[in-house]
Design a binder for this molecule. Structure first.
Ligand code: 2AL
Length: 172
């Protein structure tokens, strides 16, 4: 992916009040502690430095962070509604799934239900750039994971989504 850093956005983040800076990154992941720590690490000399800090902070996440963060991630195939920045991110990320054929939508809906029955939380995947078929195949594969492995896989996906959303705020 070709990204162009937006020095204006980074400058704004570096010089904003704590509240404004948190606001800028709030939609990247619904974890106030992570937001707080990333803001506390300012100023960042470059986008790379910011992304590195964000990634390092996300390495600490465990099951409780995963469960909290899922509020901001609608099910794959559920058209994210609303005007929030999270909904807007989700709509873009899930664009390939929307408007797909009825059979695929039905299979995804059944897969989501199976996953939730198995693991007790919403199936999470970095959807951007993946077709509905790929997502369904991934879901069915992950249903075979152990509980512990699946927590790690879902956390990996959450980290990727967060990184992608940060790039959306600070690069294009
Ligand atoms: C999402 C979402 O909202 N964006 C994304 O990449 N994945 N949701 C999900 N349940 O995986």
């Amino acid at each position: 992916m070709q990204e162009t850093a937006r020095p204006d956005a980074l400058r704004a983040f570096n010089s904003a009040s704590v509240e404004q800076a948190k606001e800028m990154i709030a939609a990247c992941v619904a974890l106030p502690e992570w937001q707080q720590s990333l803001v506390a690490g300012r100023p960042y000399v470059s986008l790379g430095a910011l992304l590195e800090k964000a990634a390092a902070l996300s390495e600490r996440w465990q099951l409780s962070e995963l469960e909290s963060a899922l509020q901001a991630h609608p099910r794959i195939g559920d058209k994210p509604k609303g005007l929030s920045a999270e909904s807007s991110f989700s709509r873009q990320e899930q664009a390939s799934v929307n408007g797909h054929d009825a059979a695929l939508r039905q299979a995804l809906s059944q897969g989501n239900a199976d996953y939730e029955a198995r693991f007790g939380r919403v199936f999470l995947i970095r959807a951007k750039g993946r077709s509905g078929e790929e997502i369904l195949a991934n879901l069915n594969q992950r249903l075979k994971n152990s509980d512990a492995d699946e927590i790690q896989e879902a956390l990996r996906q959450l980290r990727k989504i967060t990184q992608l959303r940060l790039e959306g705020v600070f690069a294009r």
